[in-house]
Write a protein that binds this ligand. Structure first.
Ligand code: ZN
Length: 275
């Protein structure tokens, strides 16, 4: 039996990192139900970001991680003012139970980094005396690669696109609102019919070298602002198109003519799957 005796500040310093690991574990479990940023649940705009989600606490209700730890220490392990005697195994069990009380989604919410930071901002600094930042990064561990078939290994674009759309259909991506390009001549080039630009559009950025891809989103409002600045292609026998040409700067896909940045909402790759 491991025992801790000390102040709240010391507890947070030595045991805090362990609670991070537990939150990551619980977050992975919650992510099976909450697959994208749940910003709309806390009164914000719809977001749709999939990768790098955090398991965030409900700070606005005073249910941040520090307050929840303090509550457990106060009611179970207090021996005198700001001195706690803690059976650590018991604490970990109680901490997990406390998060499962009324369901994980009552105590944690999946948010992207941006919306997590924005949500916590008004409550930062209210819990003084903590030694480190409360960061709970949760990578997309649960994501399985898509099956690499012969057609895909030959880079047949319709097969690749169909397979991707099928996989991420639940994000609202369909064959008619997404466009595909593979990396050639150091860029991704999309030629998209003008009448397709009156909606939120998804861009599949495909890398033939390692069969990986990112899905980026440009909203209808953003398209509206930039579409006149894009190169136009006119044809006699079919509808006019606009050309999008993207660079990748290490963090973002950027359209060369308009400097429009694309928000990446999903990333994955194709791999041969062996059972
Ligand atoms: Zn978000």
């Amino acid at each position: 039996m491991a025992l801790f005796t000390g102040s709240f500040k010391e507890f947070e310093k030595y045991v805090g990192p362990t609670t991070n690991k537990l939150i990551t574990k619980l977050g992975k479990e919650l992510k099976r139900e909450q697959k994208s940023c749940q910003n709309h649940q806390i009164g914000g705009e719809n977001c749709g970001v999939w990768k790098r989600l955090d398991a965030a606490h409900f700070s606005s209700q005073g249910r941040d991680r520090k307050s929840m730890i303090k509550e457990l220490l106060e009611s179970n392990f207090k021996i005198e003012e700001d001195i706690y005697n803690v059976d650590l195994d018991k604490f970990i069990i109680l901490f997990e139970e406390q998060h499962r009380n009324k369901g994980l989604s009552s105590n944690l919410i999946m948010l992207c980094r941006q919306h997590h930071a924005r949500y916590d901002l008004p409550y930062k600094g209210k819990n003084v005396g903590f030694e480190y930042e409360d960061v709970e990064i949760l990578e997309n561990y649960s994501l399985l690669p898509l099956l690499l078939t012969d057609a895909i290994s030959e880079h047949k674009s319709t097969e690749i696109k169909k397979s991707i759309v099928k996989e991420i259909n639940e994000l609202g991506v369909t064959l008619s609102n997404c466009s595909y390009a593979k990396f050639t001549n150091k860029k991704w080039q999309f030629d998209i019919k003008e009448d397709k630009l009156k909606q939120d559009l998804y861009f599949v950025f495909y890398n033939p070298s390692d069969y990986s891809f990112d899905i980026g989103k440009i909203t209808e409002a953003e398209l509206d602002k930039i579409s006149m600045s894009l190169k136009q292609k006119e044809y006699d026998d079919r509808k006019a198109e606009r050309s999008f040409s993207f660079d990748f700067d290490g963090d973002n896909y950027i359209e060369k003519h308009t400097q429009q940045i694309v928000k990446v909402i999903y990333s994955n790759r194709f791999e041969i799957q062996t059972e």
